[in-house]
Write a protein that binds this ligand. Structure first.
Ligand SMILES: Cc1cc2nc3c(=O)[nH]c(=O)nc-3n(C[C@H](O)[C@H](O)[C@H](O)COP(=O)(O)O)c2cc1C
Length: 172
């Protein structure tokens, strides 16, 4: 038989990951950019589709952020974060905040909220400031619970992501 036990285990793990990615690609979501402030006071942010509502009382959501992420480190330090829900024209911003550009905030219009959190006002249909209410490490990600505070809303329809591509909300 060819291959070591460890090699066979790696191949099985890769196949399982591929099946899991396929599964989740069939579950379309909206697209958010999670933003916070790092220890030096600089804005940090990343594209995130793992946003989920958790409870109504108190209003709580969760995001799953990869461990080792600079944004997660900032959320940990700051104790709060903003969830910027991108509008249908926000694909470029979604790609920017998921890509290798080290200077993401230099390429978008943003301002600090009264709480000091970075808001991507031009790219969002809604922004919610959240206080970290819990953290749970699960494998290669950390589940971050956020208690929702101030919410601001604008006009527009949401950007969608599914089947490994972006889409706009269909016009009615
Ligand atoms: C549509 C989309 C959704 C994503 N959702 C998540 C997510 O929920 N959690 C996550 O950790 N990474 C997610 N990513 C990947 C991160 O945006 C990407 O790894 C980013 O570079 C992380 O930023 P950081 O290195 O500053 O932490 C997503 C990427 C895309 C394009």
């Amino acid at each position: 038989m060819s291959g070591t036990t460890a090699q066979r285990r790696d191949i099985t793990a890769a196949a399982n990951q591929r099946r899991f990615r396929d599964l989740m690609s069939s579950f379309p979501t909206g697209v958010a950019v999670v933003t916070s402030v790092d220890a030096e006071g600089a804005p940090r942010g990343m594209t995130c589709s793992s946003l989920t509502s958790v409870t109504l009382e108190p209003p709580t959501l969760l995001v799953c952020l990869r461990r080792g992420s600079a944004t997660l480190a900032a959320v940990n330090t700051c104790g709060s974060f903003a969830v910027n829900l991108l509008h249908a024209d926000g694909q470029h911003t979604a790609e920017l905040f998921a890509g290798p550009d080290p200077d993401r905030f230099a390429r978008v219009y943003w301002r600090r909220s009264p709480a000091g959190l970075p808001h991507l006002t031009d790219d969002s249909i809604a922004v919610a400031d959240c206080r970290v209410a819990g953290l749970l490490d699960v494998g290669d990600h950390t589940v971050v619970l956020g208690q929702v505070g101030v919410i601001s809303r604008s006009d527009g329809t949401p950007l969608l992501y599914g089947l490994r591509r972006f889409a706009a909300w269909p016009h009615q």
